[in-house]
Write a protein that binds this ligand. Structure first.
Ligand SMILES: [Zn+2]
Length: 210
């Protein structure tokens, strides 16, 4: 069971899986992200969105009774978004090694139609026409997710030639990948690359239950 956590700023309660980030305080007072929630030190939690992280750091709501080093909130949010992106790439690489991921339009549509795909990620630089075609072809079969990755990013992360379409089989790692995609969207303020956004999220979640 994933325990329920409370955001130190807004007091919202949610599990890590539902988008909570853990922070720890280093002995010198530095506040560090504990993305995997595995560091032994006592932790404090914030919602994985810009508002709670920014305001939470500004108002020093983490580790209130202990001295902490003031951080630059914007730089911290960017660093967290980068960490989440790196984690996302490494999870995709792992799925590729396990054979739980297929590349390219035709393979993705085939996997979706056989009922094995939980979600299909689209590259941010895939043409609008191709994106529309994919959405129509996948319609009721699998959720379509606009990823923040370009075709080159997919190629580099997966050790293959550039590709605009990546389909994920149902399973635990896919669930983690969708969680991270959602997190990147909430950490982004619209600058830089197209943020990941979960399109048809209910379908994505129902697909994961199968
Ligand atoms: Zn919050």
């Amino acid at each position: 069971m994933d325990p329920v956590r409370t955001c130190a700023l807004c007091r919202k309660k949610a599990t890590r899986q539902q988008g909570m980030l853990r922070f720890v305080r280093a002995p010198d007072g530095e506040i560090c992200l504990d993305l995997k929630a595995s560091l032994p030190s006592r932790g404090a939690w914030l919602c994985a969105n810009r508002t709670c992280i920014k305001e939470g750091l500004k108002r020093k709501v983490l580790f209130r009774k202990l001295p902490t080093i003031q951080v630059n909130e914007e730089a911290m949010i960017d660093a967290i978004a980068n960490r989440v992106c790196e984690q996302l790439k490494s999870s995709l690489g792992l799925m590729r090694k396990m054979g739980d991921l297929v590349l390219g339009r035709d393979a993705a549509v085939g996997l979706a139609q056989s009922g094995e795909a939980a979600a299909v990620l689209l590259a941010s630089d895939l043409s609008l026409r191709s994106q529309k075609d994919m959405r129509e072809a996948l319609a009721s079969h699998a959720a379509t997710i606009d990823s923040m990755f370009s075709m080159d990013d997919f190629g580099r992360s997966l050790g293959c030639k550039r590709t605009g379409v990546v389909a994920l089989k149902k399973g635990r790692i896919t669930q983690e990948i969708l969680r991270l995609c959602d997190m990147v969207k909430n950490l982004s303020d619209g600058r830089g690359p197209t943020p990941a956004s979960l399109v048809n999220k209910d379908l994505a979640l129902s697909g994961l239950r199968g």
